[in-house]
Design a protein around this ligand. Sequence first.
Ligand code: HEC
Length: 106
Amino acid sequence: MSAYPEEAFDPAWAEAIWGLPGRAPQPTTGEGLYLDYCRNCHGVDALGGVVGKDISDKGYQDAYERVRVGAGLGDPGQRMLYMPAFGTEVISDEELMMITDYIATL
Ligand code: HEC
C-alpha cells in the first residue's frame, strides 16, 4: 500500500467515518470482547490460532502487561510475534477481567 500524503488525509473525514452510527458497538460480555479483540490471532478456543500462542491458561495478571504493552516491538511485520497494545480507552481493566474470565471457561 502506498502512503497517503498528509494533505490528502482530512482528520475530520476519518472522524466522520469512525463516528458513523453503523460502527459496531463495544461488546458487553467477556465472550464478545474476546471474539472481537483476541480471536483473530489466538483462535476461537484460545489454543494458539494463527500466531500459535496458546493463552487458554492465562489469567488476568498474565494478560495485563501483554495487553497493555503489546509484543513484537510494535512491528506488524513480525507476524508471529506482533501483538498490538490495547489501552484502557479500548479495553478497560474491567473488560480485560471479563475477557480472562471467559478464557478460563474455554
Ligand atoms: C494481532 C495479533 C494478536 C492479537 C489481536 C492479540 N494477540 Fe495476544 N499475542 C500475540 C502474539 C504474536 C503473542 C506472542 C508474542 C511473543 O511471543 O512475544 C501474544 C501473546 C499473548 C500473551 C502471552 C502468552 C505467553 O505465553 O506468554 C497473552 C496472555 C495474550 N497474548 C493475550 C491476548 C489477549 C487477552 C488478547 C485480546 C485482548 C490478545 N492477546 C490479542 C498476538 C495477538
